[in-house]
Write a protein that binds this ligand. Sequence first.
Ligand code: ADP
Length: 257
Amino acid sequence: MVNNQYASPLIDLQSVSKTYGSGTIALDRVSTQIAQGSFVSLVGPSGCGKSTLLRIIAGLITPSSGALAWGGPDGIRPDDIGFVFQDATLMPWARVFENVFLPLKLRGVSRQDAEPRIMNALTRVGLADFAQSFPRELSGGMRMRVSIARALVMRPPVLLMDEPFAALDEFTREKLDDDLLELWQAENWTVVFVTHSVYESVFLSERVLVMGARPGRLLRDISVDMPYPRGRAFRESHDYVIRCAEISAALREGSEA
Ligand code: ADP
């Protein structure tokens, strides 16, 4: 059963559908609500519309039908949304500092005003000492941290992440998952996180939305009501294994339906 009973949602998706020009129904009547400050993951097979849903929330594409409403007291605009993609998408010719400066520069912030914000963002992701490095001098995990710092520098209340750690090795990914949760708790962000990994979704999230393909739709809304901070003990706990099994079963049912 899908649970939509969340008080004062920040993001309210009302029967959102998206059909691309090719005729592909990427999303079919997706309704859900995401509360301010929550951490929600989207999981599902390739092609079930996860990226499409994230792009609709980001305002990069519009639904074919249905509506997306923003709640919350502050009237969030698409400008206030940070987006982190799987590919770190850094400018290879520019130093780390310049890469993180870019979104501020585009909004007309001077280098002098930007500097403390850039250094603060780099410190938060543990890269203060690498401000003058080039992307090629960094590991894959460090490049992804730069990409997160570039999103952080805008201090967005909402962070959308599209399989940000999928290309990284397991060890690096777990480390970045830990760091992301720490930042989330410190910053009171709302995070919508797309992943292929059931394990990662359970580790990170308060809620996991399980999606199915053809047409892309919402199958289950599973709550992971375990306390934070979460660490190794949680990854090795019985509760964790049970939740992972529940979500895997929902994915299997979806693919057999
Ligand atoms: P996911 O992120 O779950 O893999 P997507 O949202 O990328 O799913 O894609 C959902 C479906 O829509 C897929 O069948 C995909 O091929 C199709 N699709 C995605 N983007 C486009 C596009 N720009 N034009 C046409 N079809 C698209």
